[in-house]
Design a protein around this ligand. Structure first.
Ligand code: COM
Length: 526
């Protein structure tokens, strides 16, 4: 379907995308300038966050990009199956958590668990996701003026030629942004009805689970598990590593970790760390239990009607590897340099296909980095350091070094800790209504042990902040800027932080806590 001269509104886009998704034989959606056999500066294979941002940046710089995607919409897995539903479910978990703790107190109604439904939230997401899809297509065509071919699988012929929708496209460069897909553990029983991952959960769930066993200890496992538990679906996490101690998460502070994991247990979750899933077992084709070997060596059978896999993702590299011969590392990620160039000149890889966190900032910026290099800039993108986050029924954010890492780097005597609640033997901190912060005021006044945790790690000699850690609500935004400030060559000192203007009551109290200590020539813990 040639859409070049059509200017669909959002409703029309939504209808077209929905009907294309429903019909596997539906036509490709073409937004092409229409000139004879153009040579593009880059064909972006995959129109997810990396491809869309890379192509848009290239177009803005005066280049000519083309995006090809198998889905009938741009934006990739984020609005379709990943970040957007995850955030919807996490927000629901936070609300449900508050409703449960305050059931029949103050103005809160008595909590009615029968109205908290996983299936209903999935349906809510499915009913609404089309508007994000429609907006991506509309914006990319009408505002960003980027050409695209959607609802058509790309075939890479060679590094200058891609076919899709029965057409051949010639290009000077190729940018691979084909994303990743969930990877399953190697245990029997995963084909039973009732086994889901974050993709099939939104695409296929058709009943209300009553009990859940999560296999894996990833962020996805913690986040979806917290949501399931908050709806009343009794959840057990079976993880080989202790939660938040998996290799892919770095800089996790032990006190933060303990607060988060204890909080999950306090809300009724069973967390089996250093446990091995042996098999998923079924009756009549449906899941009935999971056999698990505990850390003690004992084997137990956990009854359940719902198994959720949170064992990570693996990039989609097969086609590019086979056709182009690009180098792929031992963990299945495409090897690139800091310009996103693969081992084959003129071929770039971005987003979840390359190493590093499968997070939005990396997806979008790696696409932009590839585009800017193709357009002649000499730009490197180093994503070894970044702010990180996850959700339980809290928002958990961290950046820089953990306390233990800082002690190792700067020496025990030099590291200064400012935290809330403070660590003082015998202070009865669980009953201290601090942090008393934006987002946790109700908890602080009624259930002080639930009001969050915050820690600042400082190198006492240079007075620079080297790490910040937060459990609560509303601080994620600040961590984007804190990351920038502390990773500048000049860093961020306690003196500068303490002289910033707080918007009281702020979610994290780093500004005012720093100000209380900045007057000390020799810094002290607090
Ligand atoms: C966000 C998708 S949901 S994109 O990064 O804007 O393309």
């Amino acid at each position: 379907m040639d859409l070049r001269n059509e200017h669909l509104n959002l409703g029309e886009w939504m209808e077209l995308i929905d009907s294309s998704l429903a019909d596997p034989g539906s036509e490709p959606l073409l937004n092409l300038e229409g000139d004879e056999d153009p040579v593009y500066d880059a064909v972006f294979v995959g129109g997810g966050a990396g491809g869309r941002f890379g192509a848009s940046y290239m177009k803005a710089m005066g280049g000519r990009p083309l995006i090809i995607d198998a889905w009938p919409f741009l934006g990739g897995s984020c609005p379709h199956q990943a970040c957007v539903p995850h955030h919807l479910f996490s927000e629901a978990a936070e609300e449900l958590d508050r409703m449960r703790w305050f059931s029949d107190e103050l103005f809160f109604p008595k909590f009615d668990a029968s109205r908290a439904s996983i299936l209903e939230l999935v349906k809510l997401f499915l009913a609404g996701r089309g508007s994000a899809h429609a907006f991506m297509n509309w914006q990319t065509k009408e505002q960003l003026d980027v050409e695209y071919v959607l609802n058509a699988r790309a075939t890479i012929v060679d590094k200058h030629t891609v076919t899709a929708a029965g057409k051949t496209f010639r290009t000077k460069n190729l940018v691979l942004g084909m994303g990743a897909r969930p990877v399953n553990p190697d245990i029997p029983g995963l084909d039973l009805r009732g086994v889901y991952d974050f993709v099939s959960l939104v695409e296929e769930l058709d009943y209300e689970p009553t009990r859940c066993v999560i296999i894996g200890g990833s962020k996805v496992a913690m986040e979806y598990g917290s949501f399931f538990q908050a709806t009343g679906c009794d959840t057990t996490i079976v993880s080989r590593s202790p939660l938040m101690r998996t290799k892919v998460l770095h800089h996790v502070d032990e006190d933060l970790r303990r607060y988060v994991v204890d909080g999950m247990r306090q809300r009724g979750m069973t967390i089996l760390e250093e446990a091995t899933p042996i098999s998923v077992n079924g009756v009549d084709g449906s899941v009935r239990s999971v056999t698990v070997r505990l850390v003690t060596g004992e084997e137990v059978e956990l009854e359940t009607d719902f198994v959720f896999l949170g064992t990570g993702e693996r990039p989609t590299v097969e086609q590019a590897q086979k056709t182009l011969g690009i180098e792929v590392g031992p963990t299945g990620r495409v090897v690139v340099n800091k310009r996103m160039q693969t081992s084959v000149p003129g071929v770039y890889a971005i987003g979840d296909m390359i190493s590093g966190p499968m997070e939005m900032f990396k997806a979008r910026k790696s696409g932009v980095c590839a585009a800017r290099n193709i357009m002649g800039e000499d730009l490197e993108f180093d994503f070894t350091e970044f702010p990180d986050f996850l959700h339980t029924t809290y928002e958990v954010t961290w950046v820089g070094l953990s306390e233990a890492e800082a002690r190792e780097t700067y020496g025990d005597d030099n590291v200064i800790i400012i935290q809330m609640p403070p660590y003082v033997e015998g202070l009865d901190t669980p009953n201290l209504p601090l942090p008393c912060a934006e987002g946790t005021m109700l908890y602080a006044f009624s259930k002080p042990e639930l009001s969050g945790f915050q820690k600042l790690v400082i190198d006492g000699e240079s007075r620079k902040v080297v790490g910040a850690h937060h459990v609560g609500y509303g601080a994620k935004d600040a961590f984007q800027y804190l990351d920038f400030l502390i990773h500048r060559p000049e860093g961020l000192t306690i003196d500068t932080l303490g002289w910033m203007n707080e918007l009281f009551l702020n979610p994290e109290h780093f500004v005012q806590l720093s100000r209380l200590r900045a007057g000390n020539a020799k810094l002290r813990h607090m």
